[in-house]
Write a protein that binds this ligand. Structure first.
Ligand code: PPS
Length: 301
């Protein structure tokens, strides 16, 4: 059954399908999500799109640091999600309308919900994808820690839910494929989590070029330094430490968990891996994308 109710926090959150996409009650409103398509976008708007657990906060950190010219103190006055908010959260429209340019926003939504202007090439879109086996493992841990999501019985239980798309974000394959298939209609940059692990400086430079921003050498160095995993792990903003325990149970996990490639090998059974590979093969057959599955493959020979 797709809908579930849980009350870990005294609050009830349910995963409820809306136009083929699961929304979380109390976090999202179907009416507000439907209004997003009519939002008036500006050429200077920047949207970061991700399937959950693919590097959203990483991009939020990089973009915030770029705005602050690499000076981390310039990013610490506000929570990450206030500096670069989610468009799908209840109440986000007002801030979108009233914010000065450039407006930086993130979203896990499917393509069909997005503002029409974005879909017609106005503004800029950065899509970040991560290998789906590591996404699954990261999302499993997040479900154990986020009070608004159902706690899985065990890893196998979550594996099944992920494979069926019975999570927020729905089917990973559909998300990546649909967004990627529309890339030429938008001003679009496709990035992977693994390329950022492999060479963060090059990834930041790529983002700067895409956005038409020029940073001095020291500014670029600041962006890279403060968006490294070790630095972000110590950063309360990046860990959502200030977010209430009614949303994130900080006793059960941390947002900046492991930050690596290939952790799935510590969780998948041989049978799960074979099954995943079969599904991947079938769903990604016609898609010109490839992923790095092992940390060893991110190190230049
Ligand atoms: S969410 O809930 O969808 O917004 O989560 P998201 O931010 O997309 O993904 C969280 C995972 O990204 C990892 N992360 C990083 N890895 C390496 N380097 C840096 N700087 C970094 N920043 C975030 C974070 O640790 C989560 O992955 P896991 O595998 O759970 O560690």
């Amino acid at each position: 059954m797709l809908e579930h109710t849980h009350e870990d926090s005294g609050q009830i959150h349910k995963l409820v399908p809306h136009r083929g996409f699961n929304l979380i009650t109390g976090i999202h409103s179907p009416e507000e999500v439907d209004r997003i398509k009519n939002w008036d976008v500006r050429d200077s708007d920047i949207f970061v799109i991700t399937y959950p657990k693919s590097g959203t906060i990483w991009l939020q950190q990089i973009l915030s640091l770029m705005e602050a010219k690499g000076d981390v103190t310039g990013t610490q006055d506000k929570m990450t999600s206030e500096r670069i908010p989610w468009i799908e959260l209840i109440g986000s429209e007002e801030g979108f309308v009233s914010s000065p340019s450039p407006r930086l926003r993130v979203s896990h939504l499917q393509y069909k919900f997005m503002p029409l202007g974005l879909r017609e090439g106005k503004c800029k879109v950065i899509y970040v994808a991560r290998n789906p086996k590591d996404v699954l493992v990261s999302y499993y841990h997040f479900h154990n820690y986020a009070a608004m999501l159902e706690t899985p019985k065990d890893f196998n239980d979550f594996f099944e839910k992920f494979m069926k798309g019975q999570v927020y974000g729905n089917c990973w394959f559909e998300h990546v494929k649909t967004w990627y298939s529309h890339r030429n209609e938008m001003d679009f940059l496709y990035l992977t989590y693994e390329e950022m692990i492999q060479d963060l400086q090059s990834a930041v430079e790529k983002i700067c070029t895409f956005l038409g921003r020029t940073l001095k050498e020291a500014e670029l160095a600041g962006v890279v330094k403060h968006s490294m995993f070790t630095d972000m792990k110590r950063n309360p903003q990046a860990n959502y430490t200030l977010v209430s325990s009614s949303l994130l149970n900080h006793q059960r996990g941390s947002f900046m968990r492991k930050g690596t490639v290939g952790d799935w090998k510590n969780y998948f059974t041989v049978a799960q891996n074979q099954r995943f590979d079969r599904v991947y093969e079938e769903k990604m057959r016609d898609v010109p994308l490839s992923f790095v599955w092992d940390i060893g493959d991110t190190i230049p020979a």
